[in-house]
Design a protein around this ligand. Structure first.
Ligand code: EPU
Length: 336
């Protein structure tokens, strides 16, 4: 096993935070991972590094999951069933599906990160969540090194949530994810306002998977910073769900407050709107700040530390609590 010493993780996290891994190893097969886990159980996993904020050097062994490969398990006239290894880049997998006319994840184009981590936070965008296409998640139990399989139901998916963030957190390493995608009669989802607008502007009436993917790519590029240019982790906070009562109070004060109804008694508010209203949008503090086009995204302009960005996040939470009586939950994993 090739364990390296003192490796910078700057290129392994999309925030571009420069912390050091005392010990680091990249694994490219399930077998290699199982062998490693026999002796190393206190590990820190890194895959695409797209949903974490590193605030200090990592003392544990950092295990970079680099297991590649896409295979078709079976297909019929209507559906294709694929298993994708954890280290495959998410967006490249989406493009592979769009090219092959496999439908279901085109709305999830250009989301940073790898396939193995997509179930953990149940990635979602533009009216689609990945849970709707996942059939099973394969994972290695760290303690026993056994390869186990979680059905979709066992994953307990919710909004930016799953069993991997809760009950079994830290117990497994996801090695592959299986998907069921459509080959025809695609269930296209263009209802999200911005997609419709984008398609209309291109005069597209019967969109293909590629048209939708292109539209999503254009929308994301116009709003979200490219981590290769400006370090970030996508939405830093979850959109909060508040009570109907608080919503009615806030509506008195802010008649234009946007909202999505969740149930008779609950309403979801875009955190980006709250943060913008609180005056943080586009604010820059030296090396870090709040993205100018989407207030939900915190950014690293250069050599910011994770701690600086974390402090900004806390300041935003305090301000939102004071101004709107809403507590914002951080979506990104803070590694402290
Ligand atoms: N808004 C503002 N100011 C802002 C940003 C947003 O007023 O700076 C308001 C606008 O009214 C807008 C509404 O918020 O209409 C919704 O904004 P947007 O469509 O950009 O979506 P979002 O709710 O801010 C969520 C996801 C994104 C996902 C988009 C599109 C969460 C935490 N974020 O953002 O996911 O791409 O919807 O579906 O649910 C991510 O998780 O990393 C991520 C980027």
């Amino acid at each position: 096993m090739n364990i390296q010493q003192n490796i910078s993780l700057k290129n392994y996290n999309t925030f571009g935070i420069d912390v050091t891994a005392k010990r680091f190893i990249s694994v490219d097969s399930v077998h290699q991972l199982q062998q490693l886990l026999k002796t190393e159980k206190d590990i820190f996993l890194i895959s695409g590094g797209s949903n974490m904020l590193l605030t200090k050097d990592i003392e544990k062994l950092v295990v970079h999951i680099d297991i590649k490969g896409i295979s078709i398990d079976k297909e019929d006239d209507n559906f294709v069933y694929l298993t994708v290894n954890a280290g495959e880049n998410w967006h490249e997998f989406v493009l592979f599906c769009v090219d092959n006319k496999y439908g279901g994840i085109e709305n999830l184009s250009l989301i940073p990160g790898n396939v193995g981590t997509c179930p953990i936070q149940n990635i979602g965008a533009y009216g689609v969540e990945v849970k709707d296409t996942i059939t099973k998640v394969e994972a290695i139990e760290i303690e026993s090194q056994k390869l186990v399989s979680f059905s979709n139901a066992e994953c307990n998916f919710g909004y930016r949530n799953s069993i991997f963030k809760n009950e079994v957190k830290g117990n497994y390493v996801i090695s592959a994810v299986s998907f069921k995608l459509t080959k025809k009669n695609h269930n296209l989802n263009t209802s999200y306002g911005a997609i419709e607008t984008e398609l209309v502007s291109k005069n597209i009436k019967n969109p293909s998977l590629k048209n939708i993917s292109d539209a999503v790519i254009a929308i994301r590029k116009s709003k979200l910073p490219d981590p290769k240019e400006i370090g970030n982790s996508g939405s830093f906070f979850k959109n909060p769900v508040i009570s109907e009562m608080l919503f009615l109070e806030l509506q008195e004060e802010y008649p234009n407050i946007p909202s999505y109804r969740i149930s008779d008694s609950e309403v979801k508010i875009p955190a980006g709107w709250l943060i913008e209203k609180a005056g943080f949008k586009g604010k820059r503090f030296g090396n870090y700040g709040v993205h100018e086009k989407q207030a939900l995204v915190l950014v690293n302009y250069g050599n910011a530390t994770g701690e600086e960005i974390y402090q900004l996040a806390k300041k935003i939470q305090e301000t939102i609590l004071k101004q709107f009586r809403i507590s914002l939950e951080i979506e990104v994993n803070i590694i402290a």
